[in-house]
Write a protein that binds this ligand. Structure first.
Ligand code: RM4
Ligand code: MN
Length: 388
């Protein structure tokens, strides 16, 4: 036990889910720089994710992306995950890479294409039944590029119809998480551009429909922690896709662009009771490591979330509440900033040692020889990337 029991407990309770796609090759529309030792199939992606869990102790699940991670036998893949010490988590649908989806998937004006897209979402629920996954993540690239291109409200109706069908198909313990994004790939309207639109659709359906916040999907300057507080208050925050952005949807490592924002988000999470696993808020990474080595980058990302969470747990809630009640603006702000300014790294090292882990996960990974082994082993076959 460390000197800060509250931090200790909160950090031990925190689970962070890793995205399978973070381990494959990725890049920009300009160039994908292939890395050595990259997984060639979903089995190897899960093995790499298991390394992140082995060294951090807090990343026990891996999200899959369908069809990138489609396999013959999802039961066998789940078994492989268990063998390497993790489990399959959220299933991410993909209705953005088929030629048919040029004008949209579930909001496409063509009913045949809408049917095809909705069928894919239903297929993802079938996979969840086999993998034992709780959550289906829905992100739609749907939208329009030009004013007048399609009927904005009619597209909302089509979206609502598809979501209702998926909602009906969900099992008792399953949910869907609806993700929003301001722009890209559509440049005039996105059909789910913001949390308000996502919230309206989820509210119309019921408790198994929840909103997911991808931290990279907002306009610059958006107060994300306000959205967190609002959705938690409404009981509609299903989870996070964590990443960092400087400009648009950069998918950089969480906490690298603005660690203070991440702290403010984690404070609202703590304030709203959502660090408690019973709140069922999923903390997921959604990142791509285009120029940095992938496994250490995932380890570092997990540590960044832990640091922000530890600082949020250090906020002296009682002192903050009394300063707020007294209208002591500077006093309340000082309580908040004291927590943020604390170096929590020694505390986290101590917690890791207590958990039987190496206090320095990145260094321990480098010393393990895993990277050398995968670089030597994975020399034939095609490395995984977007689209495979
Ligand atoms: C999207 C969205 C989804 C993710 C894909 C890879 O922008 O963030 O969550 O599955 O990218
Ligand atoms: Mn995302």
């Amino acid at each position: 036990m460390t000197t800060e029991p509250r931090v200790d407990e909160g950090i031990r309770d925190l689970s962070i889910e890793l995205p399978s796609w973070a381990f494959g090759n990725s890049g920009t529309r300009f160039k994908v720089f292939a890395q050595k030792g990259v997984p060639r199939d979903p089995y190897e992606k899960i093995s790499d994710a298991a390394q992140v869990h082995a060294f951090t102790g807090v990343a026990p699940s891996v999200a899959l992306h369908i069809p990138w991670d489609r396999v013959e036998d999802f039961g066998a893949l789940a078994k492989h995950a268990a063998e390497v010490g993790v489990r399959i988590g959220t299933i991410n649908s993909n209705v953005f890479q088929d030629n048919d989806y040029m004008l949209g998937s579930v909001t496409n004006p063509d009913p045949r294409i809408r049917r095809k897209a909705t069928d894919h979402l239903l297929e993802c629920v079938d996979i969840m039944d086999v993998t034992g996954s709780r959550d289906l993540k829905l992100w739609f690239s749907d939208g329009t590029n030009y004013p007048g291109q399609d009927d904005i409200a009619a597209r909302q109706d089509r979206l609502a119809a598809a979501l209702a069908e998926v909602y009906e198909r969900l099992g008792e313990d399953q949910r869907f998480l609806l993700e929003y994004k301001l722009f890209e790939p559509a440049f005039y309207t996105m059909d789910v551009p913001d949390w308000g639109t996502a919230y309206l659709h989820c509210m119309a359906l019921g408790p198994k429909a929840q909103v997911v916040i991808d931290t990279g999907h907002h306009a610059p300057g958006t107060n994300i922690e306000f959205i967190v507080a609002t959705l938690l208050r409404a009981g509609k925050l299903g989870g996070f896709d964590f990443n960092s952005r400087f400009y648009a949807d950069d998918d950089l490592m969480v906490g690298s662009a603005d660690p203070y924002q991440l702290f403010r988000i984690m404070w609202e999470v703590r304030r709203g009771g959502a660090l408690d696993p019973s709140a069922q808020v999923a903390f997921m990474l959604d990142q791509c490591h285009n120029i940095e080595p992938k496994i250490p980058a995932q380890i570092r990302s997990v540590m960044n979330v832990q640091e922000a969470t530890a600082k949020a747990l250090l906020v002296d809630e009682a002192a903050l509440a009394s300063a707020q009640a007294a209208g002591d603006v500077l006093g309340a702000h000082a309580v908040f900033m004291d927590a943020y300014a604390t170096d929590v790294r020694p505390l986290l090292r101590e917690i890791r040692s207590d958990m039987g882990l190496d206090p320095d996960p990145v260094d321990a990974y480098h010393r393990s020889g895993y990277n050398e082994a995968i670089c030597a082993e994975r020399t034939d076959g095609a490395p995984a990337g977007w689209g495979a």
